[in-house]
Write a protein that binds this ligand. Sequence first.
Ligand SMILES: Nc1nc2c(ncn2[C@@H]2O[C@H](COP(=O)(O)OP(=O)(O)OP(=O)(O)O)[C@@H](O)[C@H]2O)c(=O)[nH]1
Ligand SMILES: [Mg+2]
Length: 209
Amino acid sequence: MIIKSADFICSNTQISKLPPPLKPEYAFIGRSNVGKSSLINMLTQKKGLAKTSQTPGKTQLINHFLVNENWYIVDLPGYGYARISKSKKEDWNKFIRTYLDKRESLQCVMVLIDSRLEPQKIDLEFCNWLGEKGLPFVTVFTKADKQSSIKTDQNIAKFRKALLASFEEAPQHFITSSENLLGRDEVLNFIDNINQSFEPPVFNEERYK
Ligand SMILES: Nc1nc2c(ncn2[C@@H]2O[C@H](COP(=O)(O)OP(=O)(O)OP(=O)(O)O)[C@@H](O)[C@H]2O)c(=O)[nH]1
Ligand SMILES: [Mg+2]
C-alpha cells in the first residue's frame, strides 16, 4: 500500500465523540513505551504524527489518524505503566476496554510486544482478554533493531508458545523496527487486505450523540 496522506483527526476520552464508525479501523496497543506511536509514524512515514517520548505514559487519549482518507489508525495509551495511580489504571482499563469491545468498525487489534523481552504476564493476559471477547488481533514485535534476530526469534517463539495455553493457534505476528522500516510492507499489506473486504457496519447514531 502506498501512503498518500495521513492526518490527525481527533483525541478523545469519550466513546461518543469518536468519528462515525464508517471506515475500517486498527487499534495499536501495548505496554507503555513499547513503541506504538513510533510504529504509527514509521508506517505512515510521517515523523511527529503520533507523539513519541522516552518517558512512558506519553499517549493518554484515544487518537484517530486518517490514512489515505480511507482507514483509521488509532493510537492508544499504553498499559502497565507502574508509576500511574491505581485509580488511573482502573480508568484506563474501563475506557480502553469499552472502546475495544464496542467499536463497530474495529477490524483488528495490533498488540505490540517488546521483542527484547521474555513473555510478560501483562501482555499474555491482555491477549487472553481479547480472545475471550472474540476480538481479532495480531501480535507485532517491536524494536527488533535492538538485538540479534536470533534473540528476537527466541522471544517470539516463547510468547507464541505461551499463547497456545489459551488459543488453538497463535495469531499472526509481525517483526518490526521503527528505526529501519522492518515489517512496514508486511503490516501495511495485512491492513490493505482487510480494507478491501470492509463493509461499513450498521451505524447506530444514538451511541454517537
Ligand atoms: N531502537 C528503537 N527504538 C524505538 C523503536 N520504537 C520506539 N522506540 C523508542 O522507544 C521509546 C518509546 O516510543 P513510543 O513510540 O513513544 O512508545 P509508546 O508505546 O507510544 O509509549 P506510550 O505512549 O508512553 O505508551 C522512544 O524513545 C522511541 O524512540 C524501535 O523500533 N527501535
Ligand atoms: Mg504513545
